[in-house]
Design a protein around this ligand. Structure first.
Ligand code: PHE
Length: 449
């Protein structure tokens, strides 16, 4: 195909609303639903929330703007977009980093999404309640220790993702998000309203919001806010470079970036209001990570009057939110492969999806047959998650900020990001210039601690 033929067949979002929903769909995922609320509760509640909002505004929004700006200008995949701005320079490897990083994240993210899908299935069939002979904890432990079932659910989630991405940008990704995102919003609001109506729910609200001002003196709290913001918004993996490549000229960049970051944050807060009031109302333990969603909450669902409806709704919410993130992660390498190797979309999706599914198998087995293989005593799945959120995401976000903040001329950077006002343009460029410093400090403190 000649370049002009590529341009003529270039995909676009059908509507601005569809583009925004797909982008919020990418941001909202497993990271929002229980991780945010837990990290907030443990790091000073309302005090953490203030710092988190500052981090999202000062670091999250500029980085999303940077990604969208590069993507919109390139009007192509992530590798081509970086190459177009810096022909012949090594900055295009940031696009390849997105290719590899997005594929890697997808390979283990899908395992946890598979757990959620499995819990949705057993809460519909009723097994969530009847199958718990030894209690919820040992049920969960024996499920993830199984050598077959977690792999099967992981493959099911990858297959769903492949079906959506194979449909194309507008007819697959945009359409799926147009259906799923409003449903997700309704579900989480309904769950929060119900949870808040339970007697004793106020303690959960306090856990989330009561500010513990002493947390301000703790550098770990700021680091926790930074790490949470990177993962939750999902910057650094070229997802917004890729999605920005399908923007139409009239969609504005700053308004889109603000809407995406605000939508992601609002979703996390409402999800926290759905989870913690319910946990506290039934005397549950607001424990960390997987245990909260797969052990504590099922116990809470069993006790609450509307549990038979709330449980499937919650796990469907978790699976669907994960799916819309997974779709964006698969689209990054798919777009690159289609252009670079001139593959048809279906061929690219099948080969990449197949490879990613395969790479994910060890993660799916990391609490079962592969439990013996651990990195520094940490199970494989936890080790890869740690490496991604503490090394890969910060480093690629750092590269992105250096590129647009230091390499590209300030006037061009603010022009690309469509910041017209001179004062805001200066703020934008200076924030981009400071972000690499913040990230380096974060990484050094984290890796040395
Ligand atoms: N933001 C997603 C979540 O909160 C995960 C994600 C990370 C998506 C990186 C895309 C890129 O679950």
């Amino acid at each position: 195909m000649t370049d002009s033929a590529v341009l003529a067949t270039r995909e676009h979002w059908r509507t601005r609303g569809g583009f925004i929903l797909a982008s919020i769909g990418s941001a909202v995922g497993l990271g929002n639903i229980w991780r945010f609320a837990y990290v907030a509760g443990e790091n000073g509640g309302g005090a953490f929330l203030i710092v988190y909002l500052l981090v999202v505004a000062a670091i999250g929004v500029p980085l999303v703007m940077a990604e969208l700006a590069i993507g919109k200008r390139g009007a192509s995949d992530a590798v081509a977009a970086f190459a177009a701005l810096a022909p012949g320079a090594p900055w295009r490897y940031l696009g390849w980093l997105g290719f590899a990083g997005a594929a890697l994240i997808l390979s283990y993210y899908s395992v946890i999404a598979g757990w959620a899908l499995r819990y949705f299935a057993i809460s519909v069939s009723g097994n969530l309640w009847t199958g718990q002979t030894d209690g919820f904890d040992s049920h969960f432990q024996s499920f993830i220790a199984d050598g077959v079932s977690p792999v099967g659910w992981h493959l099911a989630m990858i297959a769903l993702t492949m079906v959506v991405v194979a449909g194309g940008v507008a007819r697959g990704i945009e359409r799926a998000n147009m259906v799923l995102m409003p449903l997700l919003a309704l579900t989480v609001v309904a769950l929060a309203a119900y949870a808040l109506s339970l007697p004793g729910s106020a303690k959960g609200v306090a856990f989330l919001f009561a500010p513990d001002w002493s947390a301000f003196g703790d550098s770990r709290m700021i680091l926790a806010a930074l790490g949470q913001a990177f993962f939750s918004i999902g910057v650094g993996m070229a997802v917004f470079v890729t999605y920005g490549g399908y923007m139409r000229r009239e969609y504005g960049i700053p308004s889109a970036a603000i809407t995406i970051a605000a939508g992601d944050t609002l979703f996390a807060v409402v999800a926290g209001l759905a989870i913690f009031p319910a946990v506290f109302a039934f005397g549950g333990d607001p424990a960390a990570g997987p245990a909260l969603a797969f052990v504590t909450l099922p116990r809470v669902f069993l006790e609450m009057p509307a549990g038979a409806i709330v449980a499937p709704a919650f796990f469907l919410l978790l699976s669907a939110a994960a799916l819309t993130s997974m779709v964006s992660l698969l689209q990054v390498p798919t777009a690159i492969a289609m252009r670079r190797w001139r593959l048809r979309r279906s061929t690219a999706v099948l080969s990449l999806g197949g490879a990613i599914a395969f790479v994910g198998i060890p993660w799916a087995l990391s609490y079962g047959p592969f439990a013996g293989i651990a990195i520094a005593g940490v199970p494989l799945l936890d080790a890869i998650d740690y490496a991604v959120s503490n090394v890969l995401l910060p480093l690629s976000a750092l590269g992105l900020a250096v590129f647009l903040g230091w390499v590209i001329a300030p006037a061009q950077a603010s022009m690309l990001a469509e910041v017209g006002d001179a004062r805001w343009a200066a703020v934008f460029v200076w924030l981009l210039r400071l972000i690499p410093v913040c990230i380096l400090v974060l990484m050094i403190v984290q890796l040395s601690g």
